[in-house]
Write a protein that binds this ligand. Structure first.
Ligand code: HEM
Length: 421
């Protein structure tokens, strides 16, 4: 088969089968880190590296409208979400999310979530076993709802957490996982849509300037308020990814188990080590495999071409494991972030570029703040790790330790560790 005809073979099935390994595997054969392929029936250009990040985030090159497949919108992001907008329309919608970048806002969320953690964890001492991934999801749900002004009865925290996790878990799957995600989204869009209507009608009071209040009042570029469904979609676009930080909590536990020397560093209260550990968790463990957009015009990148309307994919997992950028990328080594500061377009687990003007995740600071606080608490907790399946399959997107990370014999420290937030 010639290189050309091979490049025109649709690769959607190998992608589904190989998950995170698919794109890095193809990139290995390209020293220039660019591969032309075909996905979902369209020509696609896949790119990697800090320069490619700047190319990808330049709206003259890549647009988001019509780029995200329906099954991903129907599960992960929601129809009409900020992720799908371009230009001034995106900028105005993004204003809704920019307060998330504010350090006071980050501190507020971290405080609510750590309060929820500190309230919950003592009860683990009386349990035979705790599945950390599941419990972290409930703690994060409690904390983020309190912080965002979303009323939540105690009994509703677990089912809400389950739905939020299902929406993330099923976005790249076929079959039951996918349909579970769709049903979860349908349920929660309806419930939160009713809440938005109640806030607008004045029968429920949203705390002033809370996320709930801002979403209910937000006006789009056309001067109109968001319709009820889109408002629910955007409310979920704050709550759902916050609960997704539970994936990283399970990964942090996995890292502490396999690299126990990090426990001492986290307990020491040295915030530089804590920050380095958290960056390494976000770099090393797989979450977003790649990001996609549509070519806004005929494009050429490092000699490879894609026509207007074709797909452009940024290889997120591959870039976070690129030997040229990281050296020994498959070693978990937080020290690398003490030796070399984080560069904006090098470490891209939550996208690249500037979150104020582009699509980069506006919740990155919150993710880092939450993980710093929860990793320190995890390191301080005493527990045993019984025999279980801790493998993290790269063929599953999103992946996690198969067992969800089970702990037994939990003992809560008498005193909050130095440096805990
Ligand atoms: C598990 C942690 C998280 C991961 C791995 C993650 C990852 C990402 C990625 C890869 C993007 C897409 C960037 C792009 O399209 O260029 C994104 C966008 C976004 N994230 Fe996050 N995120 C996380 C946490 C959060 C949190 C905590 C929030 C809010 C509190 C949040 C809110 C958003 C929003 C609203 C967008 C859309 C931005 C836009 O299109 O302009 N994320 N995130």
């Amino acid at each position: 088969m010639s290189t050309y005809s091979r490049s025109l073979t649709d690769r959607s099935l190998p992608l589904l089968a190989q998950g995170y390994a698919w794109l890095p595997h193809r990139m290995r054969r390209s020293p220039a880190h660019v591969v032309r392929t075909r996905l979902m029936g369209r020509p696609a250009l896949t790119v990697r590296g800090p320069d490619a990040v700047r190319f990808f985030y330049d709206e003259r090159n890549v647009r988001r409208h019509d780029a995200i497949p329906g099954p991903v919108l129907g599960t992960l992001f929601g129809h009409g979400a900020v992720h799908t907008l371009d230009g001034p329309v995106h900028r105005v919608r993004k204003e809704l999310f920019l307060p998330l970048l504010d350090p006071a806002s980050i501190a507020g969320l971290v405080e609510h979530v750590t309060d929820a953690w500190d309230d919950t964890v003592p009860a683990w001492e009386r349990r035979d076993r705790v599945v950390l991934f599941d419990e972290a999801g409930v703690v994060l749900t409690r904390g983020v709802c309190r912080w965002a002004g979303i009323p939540l009865d105690d009994a509703d925290a677990q089912p809400f957490a389950r739905d939020l996790i299902a929406m993330v878990d099923g976005f790249a799957a076929l079959g039951p996982r996918h349909w579970r995600a769709r049903r979860a989204r349908g349920r929660q869009e309806e419930r939160l849509g009713r809440l938005i209507e109640d806030v607008r009608a004045g029968t429920v009071t949203a705390p002033a300037d809370s996320v709930l209040d801002r979403v209910a009042r937000h006006r789009d570029a056309d001067g109109r308020r968001l319709d009820t469904r889109t408002a629910a979609v955007e409310l979920l676009n704050v709550v759902r990814p916050t609960v997704a930080v539970g994936w990283f909590v399970a990964f942090a536990a996995h890292a502490l188990h396999h690299r126990p020397e990090n426990r001492r560093l986290l307990r020491s209260g040295d915030m530089a080590h804590v920050a380095a550990f958290v960056h390494e968790v976000r770099r090393f463990y797989p979450f977003a495999p790649f990001l996609g957009g549509r070519a806004a015009r005929d494009l050429t990148w490092r000699g490879e071409h894609v026509e207007e309307g074709g797909l452009v994919l940024l290889d997120v997992f591959g870039q976070n494991h690129d030997d040229e950028l990281w050296g020994d990328p498959y070693a978990f080594r937080p020290r690398r972030f003490l030796e070399h500061p984080v560069e904006r377009d090098e470490l891209i687990p939550q996208g690249g570029g500037d979150p104020r003007t582009g699509h980069r995740c506006p919740g990155e600071g919150m993710t880092i703040g939450l993980l710093e606080a929860l990793s320190v608490r995890l390191a301080d907790l005493e527990y045993r790790v019984p025999e279980q399946d801790l493998r993290i399959p790269l063929s599953r997107v999103p992946t996690r330790p198969r067992s969800g990370f089970v702990v037994t014999g939990v003992r809560v420290p008498a005193r909050r560790p130095a440096g805990a937030r």
